[in-house]
Design a protein around this ligand. Structure first.
Ligand SMILES: [Zn+2]
Ligand SMILES: [Zn+2]
Length: 144
């Protein structure tokens, strides 16, 4: 009997617990990135601290990555399968829709390498582009 959610956790060296399975399930079902508050909304009786810890564990183990889209809340999205603990491979562009305020991963759009002057040492790079997502762009094209 296969348990895809458990297998996903075990592949990242995360011990499956009921809360971890629930949070992973929520993240897998949503096409867009979710904030802590968004995840809590899906889990009616979850304690905020436990959800927060779960997301931190997932981030540390390379299962999810953080997106700072400028909306004020950090959001979380599932990583590509080749991310490993401490070594995120998902240097892709993120898109923030100014209309529906959803953040999405664009996994096939890589962040270009950008050379910095002098002695600057990069530790993180994020590129968030903003505008209208496909759904909102097609709504906006409709006659009022
Ligand atoms: Zn949108
Ligand atoms: Zn992403």
């Amino acid at each position: 009997m296969a348990h895809p959610l458990e297998d996903t956790l075990i592949a990242r060296q995360i011990t499956p617990t009921p809360m971890r399975l629930l949070v992973l399930d929520v993240l897998q079902q949503e096409p867009t990135a979710l904030s802590l508050a968004d995840v809590e909304l899906h889990l009616k009786h979850a304690d905020r601290i436990t959800v927060h810890r779960t997301l931190k564990t997932f981030t540390d183990k390379g299962l999810v990555h953080r997106i700072e889209d400028g909306s004020g809340a950090v959001k979380f999205a599932l990583c590509a399968p080749d991310c490993t603990p401490g070594q995120h491979q998902d240097l892709h562009v993120h898109f923030f829709c100014l209309r529906c305020r959803e953040a999405s991963c664009l996994p096939t759009t890589a962040v270009p390498t950008i050379a910095l002057p002098g002695a600057y040492q990069v530790q993180e790079t994020s590129l968030v582009m903003k505008g209208l997502c496909p759904r909102c762009a097609s709504d906006a094209a409709l006659p009022a």
